[in-house]
Design a protein around this ligand. Structure first.
Ligand SMILES: N[C@@H](Cc1ccc(O)cc1)C(=O)O
Length: 384
């Protein structure tokens, strides 16, 4: 695909695969004037980013290809507000890991990143102006509305900490302080986006546009949440591990609904190929002595999948291969950066092998034999 230059083409790329676009006229106007819309995506820097992050990353890649300025907000304070078990120092360190992995994901896709920037939440959310606006907004938003705005984002339990009510206030103010025309996020942010439209004008600030990605089922079936650490595919997993995990993924034959493997092709692999020049997904059938299946749209794939022409056994190795190709440069960048490796070790320390320890403790002690101390590393945050 050639770089889109016309307003209509750029808009189509911005819109592709979105579930909802609120106040698109704000963006349309900028494009009609040949301008470059400023859009941000925020992520709370808590759990280690897995392959599910390729879905928003792909939208960011499309926005960059459409000539938008994109800000990635590394929301460390938000990670803290919603997750008090993670100390602020740790979420700030994790933000560094996020910055490195997100930029290498975008480099791997091959889009120009000159219009991409990263901003750490705590770098401006502690300024006197920002803090005063938090107080102001808190005085014109009801507790009920703050709760409703955060209902799908913030953990809400009986007697929950007050920080969960501050969270939506801060996220809404971010649109103003990051000086953007629009915010992008998953459909789970929708209530917050609606609140932003309503609340910002109360402080005399302008309303922004909002882009919502659909909630995409995880590669291994079910929503790709931050939990179930083991089953998720890490962005730094080796090709063997990736292939094994995809082999085990849930993908019922003939069922296209809630099919994480097909969804991954739709929201990541097909858009990547389109950004690289040709929208295409190939499924080899050499083993059966047949020609490969070559798809240029998800509709064709759904059709073949429903008819069992495209079986899970054919689909999975094709997805594993394409995913491994996408992950290869990310892995290489990690291997080549001792600085990143050090950050990874501190931000996400490997779990201590409890089992081994127990076995050792129970072992018979031979007289005179020294019990070797196992190195004890701090247990990772149990918050995810
Ligand atoms: N609410 C987002 C994170 C976020 C935080 C602050 C923002 O300004 C924007 C987004 C999430 O659920 O991950």
């Amino acid at each position: 695909m050639a770089e889109p230059t016309g307003a209509a083409e750029r808009l189509a790329l911005i819109r592709e695969n979105l579930a909802e676009f609120l106040n698109p006229e704000i963006i349309e106007k900028i494009l009609a004037e040949g301008g470059h819309p400023k859009i941000y995506w925020g992520t709370a820097t808590t759990g280690r980013p897995h392959c599910g992050y390729l879905v928003p990353a792909m939208k960011i890649a499309q926005l960059l290809a459409a000539g938008c300025h994109v800000t990635v907000l590394l929301a460390d304070i938000h990670g803290f507000l919603d997750n008090l078990k993670a100390p602020i120092e740790l979420v700030a360190l994790r933000a560094e890991y996020y910055r490195l992995i997100i930029s290498s994901m975008l480099k791997a896709v091959g889009v120009p990143i000159d219009k991409l920037k990263f901003v750490l939440g705590s770098s401006y959310q502690k300024s006197p102006e920002y803090v005063m606006d938090v107080y102001k907004l808190a005085s014109v938003v009801s507790e009920h509305d703050a709760k409703r705005a955060g209902a799908e984002i913030v953990k809400q339990t009986d007697n929950a900490p007050l920080s969960g009510l501050l969270y939506p206030i801060l996220q809404v103010l971010d649109e103003q302080y990051l000086d953007v025309d629009a915010q992008f996020g998953g459909l789970d942010q929708r209530k917050l986006f609606i609140a932003a439209k309503d609340w910002l004008p109360r402080l005399g600030y302008r309303e922004r546009a909002h882009l919502c990605n659909p909630m995409v089922p995880g590669l291994q079936g079910g929503k790709m949440s931050a939990s179930e650490q083991d089953s998720k595919i890490d962005l730094l997993d080796t090709p063997e591990v990736v292939t094994k995990k995809i082999k085990k993924a849930m993908a019922a034959p003939k069922v296209v609904e809630e099919n994480g493997v097909l969804a991954f092709v739709e929201y990541v692999l097909l858009p990547v190929s389109a950004l690289r020049g040709t929208r295409e997904f190939r499924v080899e059938r050499e083993r059966d002595g047949l020609e490969p299946l070559v798809y240029t749209s998800i509709a064709q794939m759904h059709e073949d999948y429903k008819n069992d022409v495209l079986t899970p056994q054919l689909l999975k190795p094709a997805v594993a291969k394409a995913l491994n190709e996408l992950l290869a440069p990310i892995n290489e960048a990690f291997q080549a950066s001792p600085e990143w490796q050090e950050i990874a070790e501190k931000a996400y320390p490997a779990p201590v092998k409890e089992k081994k320890k127990k076995v050792k403790d129970k072992g018979t002690r031979h007289p005179g034999a020294q019990q070797k101390e196992l190195p004890v590393r701090p247990a990772p945050e149990a918050e995810q």
